[in-house]
Design a protein around this ligand. Structure first.
Ligand SMILES: Cc1cc2nc3c(=O)[nH]c(=O)nc-3n(C[C@H](O)[C@H](O)[C@H](O)COP(=O)(O)OP(=O)(O)OC[C@H]3O[C@@H](n4cnc5c(N)ncnc54)[C@H](O)[C@@H]3O)c2cc1C
Length: 454
């Protein structure tokens, strides 16, 4: 099956999982002219960044709203290649509205906007902070100084064990700076508390976001649900390049003989030969498909050290939808983000509240989450009636962003010849995000295309 140069003669490269990691790996391989077979257990592509049909409203909703950052090169290039870019709209620069209940404010609600101009580097950042009425002036200057130091200073050697909390303490960032700027940012990218999150991962994201001025940190959201936005398009693009995509094809086992990967066995027993296998599934799914005899060996034996982080999203249909930005940060509430999905032609689109990184979320019942979201909605939309509530919870929305887990994230190359790993949880040096997933897929394809994949 594998010839002397290590390249498969007839058998394709099998990619398991049609999330961002698997789809980008499959696209890169198809682009390189390799036979590729993308296998997805679910009925639809997209993985954690998928959408689903809500039968009651007839709307296609996201399995949790997603934001993308302008400074993320890999995801932007991937979206460009599949033709999805025109539907992703970025703000000109970082532009974030904060929303908080405040009895002393008119209508019981306060809104603060942090908006950097599209150009202007440090001067632009100063101007944005000057106009911001969130934290007081001392805290705003301190944020700017902390940001500048973080960008200027290279990480201390041996700093692998530093949490975000310690990193910020070293930058002299106090309570108001954290509450208004660092905490929402850190939670959004790491999805864990600052006392647990990896300072190295956070530093890298901040450097990529602000390294070329604040416009890199501009956030964007797609104007259509995830399926039509990217999942369907990615599958079409892979097929157009000669690749095969199979939905509802759950892999039960990866076949390994004599330390070399031979193919995969599907749930129904079908045996598929493969010259290489790229496993682009989360850690528990990977562990489940490994042959018993290798599961206890490194790096596989360490995968259970990697921890998932939950995200819950609650869709709320209000009787009086209020226009506003596509997303807002919510302060002083258990629900941290408000999204206004805007899909063309859909009149009755719900808003979504999102909460991440809270352990209590994984344990709470759906009814408890619905009630909590309704209470937050009542405070931030005073007087609005709520017609319907729909809870979407993903217990494993992100992986391995804690400081103690970084050493255990595995590389793309594995000790099994021809078995390659991809996924937001692998050693990408980024947090578990779409950007990290796409970079891991590209790296996995490079390894698969190398003369020997050991
Ligand atoms: C609610 C929510 C909000 C998020 N918000 C953001 C955000 O704003 N920005 C951001 O960058 N990231 C966000 N993320 C994280 C982002 O979605 C993930 O980092 C990214 O989608 C992971 O892609 P992946 O390909 O590594 O894994 P996945 O998307 O998990 O893909 C793995 C695929 O493998 C398939 N699979 C599993 N087992 C098998 C099997 N046995 N056989 C075949 N296929 C199998 C699964 O069905 C799945 O499709 C969010 C995640 C969630 C859940």
């Amino acid at each position: 099956m594998v010839n002397a140069s290590g390249q498969g003669e007839g058998a394709p490269i099998a990619v398991i999982g049609a999330g961002f990691a698997g789809a980008s790996a499959a696209l890169s391989l198809a682009d390189a002219g390799r036979r590729v077979l993308l296998l997805e257990a679910g009925p639809l592509p997209g993985g954690r960044a998928r959408s689903f049909l809500d039968p009651r409203s007839g709307l296609e909703l996201d399995w949790g709203p997603h934001l993308f950052m302008r400074a993320n090169p890999a995801i932007r290039e991937f979206l460009e290649r599949i033709g999805a870019s025109p539907q992703l709209r970025f703000d000109r620069s970082l532009d974030l509205t904060y929303r908080l209940a405040d009895e002393s404010a008119p209508g019981g609600l306060r809104r603060e906007r942090l908006a950097f101009p599209g150009r202007g580097g440090v001067l632009g950042a100063l101007w944005g902070l000057f106009r911001w009425r969130g934290p007081n002036a001392t805290a705003r200057i301190s944020i700017l100084k902390g940001l500048a130091r973080l960008l200027r200073e290279s990480p201390p050697s041996g700093a692998g064990g530093e949490t975000v909390d310690r990193l910020l303490a070293g930058l002299g960032q106090g309570e108001p700076e954290r509450k208004w700027f660092w905490e929402p940012f850190s939670r959004a990218v790491l999805n864990v508390r600052m006392e647990e999150g990896s300072g190295d991962l956070f530093r890298r994201v901040v450097a990529e976001a602000f390294g070329a001025g604040p416009s890199g940190a501009a956030l964007g959201s797609p104007g259509v649900p995830m399926g039509p936005f990217w999942g369907d398009r990615a599958c079409d693009a892979i097929r157009r390049r000669g690749g095969e995509v199979r939905m509802g094809a759950a892999v039960r086992r990866i076949r390994v003989e004599g330390g070399v990967v031979r193919g995969v066995i599907l749930l129904g027993g079908e045996l598929l030969e493969a010259a290489r296998v790229i496993a682009a599934v989360p850690p528990p799914a990977l562990l489940g498909m490994l042959p018993d005899e290798i599961r206890g060996l490194r790096p596989w034996s360490e995968l259970s050290r990697l921890k998932p982080g939950p995200i819950a999203s609650v869709y709320l249909w209000l009787d009086r939808p209020e226009p506003g930005p596509a997303f807002e940060a919510i302060m002083n509430e258990p629900w941290q983000w408000l999204f206004r999905p805007r899909y063309p032609g859909e009149e009755d689109t719900p808003i979504a509240l999102l909460c991440g990184g809270a352990d209590s979320l994984a344990a709470a019942s759906r009814d408890e989450m619905a009630l909590s979201a309704e209470r937050t909605a009542a405070r931030i939309f005073p007087g609005a009636g709520i017609r319907r509530v729909l809870v979407v919870r993903e217990r494993a929305a992100t992986w391995a962003t804690g400081v103690g887990e970084q050493a255990w994230r595995p590389a793309a190359k594995t000790p099994v010849e021809g078995l390659i790993l991809a996924g937001d949880w692998t050693a990408t040096q980024l947090p578990a995000t779409c950007e990290g997933a796409v970079r891991s897929g590209i790296r996995a394809a490079e390894v698969a295309l190398a003369p020997t994949a050991v």
